[in-house]
Ligand binder design. Structure first.
Ligand SMILES: [Fe+2]
Ligand SMILES: [Fe+2]
Length: 232
């Protein structure tokens, strides 16, 4: 299966159209995977514009939302618009398409390795860590649903530090969490895609060896295009 993966479209009310890109992708791939920040401010109008552009996509679509899709507080409306447009929008579930299982969750911040934020001190810090742990548990539930031998994990936040390299070091802890990689490594995952780190690095690996790709549209990829092409 040829998978086109891309994130951080940041569709705006008066921005560029993705119609041509979606038709191009439909010619070169069997499925389109979207890794969040699909809209710029999470406005229903932005989701409608994207939904209209997605009519040019004639292959199956799987995706997760990103932090930007939450900004306006209309996440339920944005979700239903994109689902109506045919996107399998995953929030802790899995979907199987042509023998490949896609497990998807937005993920959350929290930092990496030994320097991950711990649950200590003020309630606000504990709430932040709890959210990070909860997203990890949602991912675990999604991965348990996968029956296929070929599984891809779809995230918005990064599960490893390698693919956020290129961003200012000061913001690394806001770009993802190693807790996601710890969960991924307990399952036979063939590949992981994420976005969010616009200035990050295309490729890395979890400590357990699963290949990780930062497919934010801004990141330079071997295709020379805004999307990555992966074979699974
Ligand atoms: Fe983004
Ligand atoms: Fe983001």
């Amino acid at each position: 299966m040829r998978i086109a993966a891309m994130g951080d479209l940041h569709v705006r009310e008066h921005g560029d159209t993705y119609k041509d890109l979606f038709s191009e992708i439909s010619q070169v791939a069997d499925i389109l995977v979207l890794t969040g920040d699909l809209t710029h401010l999470g406005k229903p109008r932005e989701a409608e514009i994207l939904a209209a552009d997605l009519r040019s996509c004639s292959i199956p679509m799987v995706g997760v939302l990103g932090n930007h899709d939450y900004e306006c507080g209309h996440v339920e409306e944005v979700t239903s618009i994109l689902k109506d447009a045919g996107v399998h929008l995953l929030e802790g579930q899995a979907v199987e398409v042509d023998g490949v299982g896609f497990a998807g969750v937005k993920g959350f911040a929290g930092g990496f390795g030994r320097h991950m934020l711990g649950s200590f001190g003020e309630p606000a810090i504990k709430a932040m860590v709890a959210e990070s742990v909860e997203e990890t548990m949602r991912l675990e539930n999604a991965l348990r649903q996968v029956r296929s031998e070929r599984a891809m994990v779809v995230l918005h936040y990064a599960p490893i530090v390698e693919t956020v390299q290129g961003e200012p070091m000061e913001i690394y802890p806001f770009l993802g969490s190693s807790r996601l990689a710890e969960t991924i490594d307990r399952f036979p995952v063939k590949a992981v895609v994420h976005g969010h780190a616009h200035r990050g690095t295309y490729q890395g690996r979890t400590p357990g060896g699963a290949p990780v790709y930062n497919v934010a549209s801004h990141v330079e990829k071997p295709t020379g295009r805004p999307y990555a092409l992966l074979e699974l």
